[in-house]
Design a binder for this molecule. Structure first.
Ligand SMILES: NC(=O)c1ccc[n+]([C@@H]2O[C@H](COP(=O)([O-])OP(=O)(O)OC[C@H]3O[C@@H](n4cnc5c(N)ncnc54)[C@H](O)[C@@H]3O)[C@@H](O)[C@H]2O)c1
Length: 383
């Protein structure tokens, strides 16, 4: 392959300069595990002041800020009391609650006029997604969804390759991934807090990786399957967790997208095989293989391979991994920074709900189809 073709896949180096003339006042709703990555990023930003936070568990937020040596944060027992008291002081909030409270916290913050960075997945149901998008539209505020893998250079490369036209028209994608054993615990495994299991937790990333690359075409129909054989089995999960486990640990689906594209998807927190397969994007002129990936960490599983015919010969080109990929923390910083820059400069949401609504519609469609045991049309609400 010529250098000119390879060069168009080389990621640019981005230098950022932070304007500290205006401080942004931010709040954190939910001070659990992922809030740690938010505070670690905020602490590195000279133009950010964390002024308020909330958590339902008494004493949790106090301990959280003590651990990070951040003083003077006003603390509240839930999102409502925090937003009632603080909305006028806040430029933005990070919503770091478990999935089941994403919608109520986000809608309340938007209605109070606060910009929101919401952790993934967007929410639990398509009805919640519709209500979130409507609240966003009515508020005129910025809402971005927390998909930090989008900030990764290798992930950006996938989109660049598709957009370069080297693959021709895309007609089939196989994606997903998962772990042989890697069932989370705490609030991830019950409907009352998580709402959805592996499908929402890591499936949303696999879907985003390929849908973002191909420009988020509208999903049309789905045949979905979910199960939880390993999560509920004390042989494969901690017995106390197995006893309360009531979400999916595996999901698979066959999805039709606008533009005559097929998406073949599978995801697992646990299974009796190392991987359900690589991600493959097939087009009329070429195909791309992305080795089975921990895309939830923003990493691809190894160098990608581009398959094309050149001068009548079948060729394979290795796309080298971008040399100094960011750590999880680095991607997190970029995700938060891009959101705050948009807040500061009146820009667009880096990960807009117009795209993630389709991601959520697929997730909800898989669940509904799995319950009904048949193919269904995917519901896309009018916003
Ligand atoms: N982007 C990522 O890489 C990533 C990684 C892990 C988790 N997540 C997402 O982050 C979210 C939180 O996950 P976690 O592991 O931090 O969960 P967690 O259970 O450790 O923390 C959630 C916290 O939110 C609090 N909370 C819930 N509802 C609240 C409300 N109404 N007001 C105030 N506090 C409330 C809970 O008390 C809890 O302390 C999930 O949606 C998860 O999918 C994202």
């Amino acid at each position: 392959m010529s250098d000119t073709v390879l060069n168009q896949f080389t990621p640019p180096t981005e230098e950022e300069a932070i304007d500290t003339s205006r401080k942004l006042k931010v709040g954190i709703i939910g001070t659990g595990w992922i809030a740690e990555s938010h505070i670690e990023s905020y602490k590195q930003m000279p133009d950010v002041e964390i002024v308020a936070a909330a958590d339902l568990i008494p004493g949790k937020a106090e301990k959280f800020f003590k651990r990070y040596g951040v003083e003077g944060v006003r603390l509240y027992p839930d999102h409502k009391s925090m937003l009632d008291a603080e909305a006028e002081n806040l430029d933005a909030v990070s919503i770091c609650t478990y999935n089941a409270t994403h919608a109520e916290c986000t809608i309340y913050a938007l209605q109070k006029g606060v910009n929101v960075l919401l952790e993934k997945p967007m929410c639990v149901t398509i009805e919640e997604a519709e209500a979130i998008c409507k609240a966003e539209k009515e508020s005129g505020k910025l809402l971005s969804i927390g998909f930090q893998p989008r900030m990764d250079d290798n992930m950006k490369m996938i989109k660049k390759i598709v957009e370069s036209g080297e693959l021709g028209k895309i007609y089939y994608i196989q994606t997903g991934g998962g772990r042989r054993r890697g069932i989370p615990n705490s609030t991830f495994i019950e409907k009352k807090t998580a709402g959805i299991g592996a499908l929402g937790d890591i499936g949303c990333y696999s879907l985003d990786m390929v849908l973002n690359a191909i420009g988020y075409p509208k999903p049309l129909t789905v045949t979905g399957y979910t199960s939880n054989f390993l999560g509920t089995n004390p042989l494969y999960n901690n017995p106390a967790d197995a006893a309360r486990f009531n979400v999916d640990d595996f999901a698979a689906a066959f999805i039709r997208l606008e533009g005559d594209i097929i998406l073949d998807f599978r995801i697992a927190w646990a299974m009796h095989v190392d991987t359900p397969g690589d991600t493959i994007i097939m087009g009329t002129k070429g195909a791309l293989r992305i080795p089975s990936t921990e895309c939830w960490n923003g990493t691809v599983g190894g160098p990608m391979t581009l398959y094309r015919d050149v001068a009548g010969e079948q060729t394979e080109t290795t796309i080298p991994l971008c040399p100094e990929g960011d750590s999880f923390g680095g991607l997190f910083y970029k995700k938060i920074r891009s959101f705050l820059d948009a807040v500061k400069n009146g820009g667009e949401a880096p990960v807009p709900t117009s795209q993630i609504l389709y991601n959520q519609a697929i997730i909800s469609g898989i669940q509904k189809s799995a319950e009904l045991g048949r193919e269904i049309e995917i519901e896309i609400p009018e916003i």
